[in-house]
Design a binder for this molecule. Structure first.
Ligand code: CP
Length: 330
């Protein structure tokens, strides 16, 4: 039994197999590969793309999707160990995971960090709790990483460029008025480095550096692949080297848990918006974003509507890669 929680537990060739099969599913969407299989999908946070693409994809493979929102249409769940459950939670992940495992063949989880204490949030306790107590595979639908988005991103880039080895890849922070999850940014570093690209991370300041775990993993992946990894605080230099620009906003870890301070910090860096002037510095780069995206805040209309913007294609590829992941692990 293999979980799909982080791409770091999968080799590049295993991930390429998933991508190759996703292309086959894209060309022939309806196949009974999940016949008699049920997937429980637990959403602790909102979603448009993930919920729709998983549910439609599972239906196309003749499986059954059960969507639950703990605390809304299902009981609130406790994840702490050895605690007196006299708060809001009505049941423990230990029972929930075992019960869902008895009904379903897979459990998929979306659980964002709480944005209070990064030392706790970086333990990814919700999905780890399910992985610990489930007897069926667990799939990450975004926690502190977003591996399904990673594969859709790589598939889209491969469709555009073919082999990505040696491509110059830029992950840039972009402005958003609220502090957002670091998951897609973490994932971007993991997958771009794993697929043999030269990776550059552009941040407004050191306060916006991602967790060392992801920086070091990207460094190691790049070292293994013989490519480069660097961190930049200079917009012009970072863009001028790029063949791929991936943008994401995230809350700075330095002020994690202090929302007012994070917002004040973000507000200094509105000029990190992705615009035509920055894209014109690049080596004819493509642009993408995981979506949702606030137009003219994170990226301009001109960038979003340009031929080089792959964001909608990447979102569409979510369905194909997720169907391929489920087919492989089930
Ligand atoms: N990119 C992504 O996961 O979108 P949703 O939050 O809408 O699912």
């Amino acid at each position: 039994m293999k979980n799909f929680i982080t791409t770091q537990n999968w080799s590049r060739s295993e991930l390429q197999d998933i991508l190759d099969f996703a292309i086959k599913l894209k060309n022939k969407p309806h196949q009974p590969l999940l016949k008699d299989k049920s997937i429980a999908m637990l959403f602790f946070n909102p979603s448009l793309r993930t919920k729709t693409s998983f549910e439609v994809g599972i239906n196309e493979l003749s499986g059954t999707a059960v969507i639950l929102q703990p605390g809304k249409d299902a009981w609130p769940i406790e994840f702490g160990e050895n605690i007196v459950m006299d708060g809001e939670s009505e049941e423990h992940v230990k029972e929930v995971a075992q019960v869902l495992s008895s009904y379903c063949d897979c459990i998929a989880i979306r659980a964002f960090p709480k944005f209070v204490d990064w030392d706790h949030d970086r333990t990814d306790s919700v999905i780890k709790g399910f992985a610990k107590y489930s007897s069926v595979p667990v799939v990450n639908m975004e926690t502190i990483e977003h591996p399904c988005q990673e594969l859709a991103h790589i598939l889209t880039l491969q469709e555009h460029y073919g082999d990505l080895t040696g491509k110059d890849y830029l992950l840039t922070w972009t402005y958003h008025p609220k502090p957002l999850n670091t998951a897609v940014a973490n994932s971007s570093l993991l997958i771009a480095s794993k697929f043999g690209m030269n990776v550059s991370l552009l941040c407004p300041s050191e306060d916006y550096l991602l967790d060392d775990r992801y920086i070091e993993a990207a460094r190691e992946n790049c070292a293994l692949g013989g490519t480069s990894f660097d961190i930049s605080y200079d917009i012009d230099t970072a863009y001028s080297n790029a063949e791929i620009v991936y943008a994401k906003s995230w809350g700075c870890l330095s002020f994690y848990g202090n929302t007012d301070k994070q917002i004040a910090s973000n507000n200094q860096y509105k000029h990190f918006i992705v615009d035509e002037a920055k894209m014109s510095l690049t080596k004819n780069a493509v642009f993408s974003h995981c979506l949702p995206l606030r137009r003219n805040v994170k990226a301009t209309d001109a960038v979003m509507d340009a031929d080089y913007c792959l964001a909608v294609k990447e979102a569409a590829n979510r369905k194909h890669v997720q169907k391929s992941i489920l087919s492989k692990i089930l």
